[in-house]
Design a protein around this ligand. Sequence first.
Ligand code: CA
Length: 385
Amino acid sequence: MRIAHVRPSILSVDLPDGEVFAYSQAWYRRRRSLVLEIETADGTVGYGEAFGPAGTNAALIDEVYAPLLLGRDARDRETLWLELYNAMRDHGRKGTALEALSAVDIALWDLAGKHFGEPCHRLAGRNYRRQVAAYATGFYRKQVVGGLTGQAPLLVEEALRYVAAGFTALKVKIGFGIDDDAAVVAAVREAVGPEVRLMVDANHAYDRAAAREVARRIDRYRIDWFEEPLIPEDQRGLGRFRSESPIPLATGEAEFGRWGFADLLRYDAADIVQPDCCAAGGLTEVLKVADLADAAHVRCIPHVWGTGIAVAAALQALAMVAPCPPGLTPREPLLELDRTYNPLREELNLTPPAVGSGMVYTIPTSPGIGFEPDRRVFDAYREPR
Ligand code: CA
């Protein structure tokens, strides 16, 4: 399986005016993803994706990773992973270096799956579940008169739409001020009733004192987890928050590699770790993080954001995360499913995963990650390079 071509592409979509949205850190006006094709000499193509700045990730692949990959055997995933990681070790042990490496790693898993005719989870011998329930990620703030706060009525409408669609778990964006956060969570809980699982995500909008205050104000609404209350650098603060908050703490979408997560766990800084397959170092590294979490008796529920490739890779990862702990009724992980406008998520995969009632996804068993591109969609959204 000699690697013959390494082709990064940037796919992008300008959001229509009504679909522009904000989380606690920034406005989103455009969706942009780095998609990677690695082709072997026999013409087989593996697909990967990187989270983060697409142009920077593409440049890193072109300049550093592609020369190291060409001519090598695509089956040597972990060997190549370490070589590529080591090539950037002195310059970027977190962030884009790992994001670009994630795209390479996912593409190599996809190639191996296609070569051996097995889904990735079969190659790994890790087939812990065949289905996984999705939770809805949404509740971003819209461009409306009145600004970023006071949007609880709109968010309640959105929650009811997700429940009507079959979702049994919802993650609400917070981080817009303590009073607004409390009002939003109260309104959504009131609207959806007691059975729907609710999570909140502040995207590290708070300092330690404010995060504690938010947790105290919203605990009464039965929250499954509080995601990223603090900046990812404050691992000690996250550890302290976890020990004081009645709400389980989730974090890790902005953490990278086994070493970053080992530090997080050393500080007891998470009840749930959330490595992203397209950021933390690919499927190879997410498996290592999942096993570190298992050893620490901490849940692993991958973060997901991106195109149909990211969703496919996450579903393979979810088949491979061991129940923690096992039992007759283990607490199962969930698939994060972004609900914002993104044709790259909805239309790029010609073989989208099957979804049943309750938004329960069947984990694909086709060879590789379970992704085949619709070339028409791929080419329509590809930026000239
Ligand atoms: Ca998040």
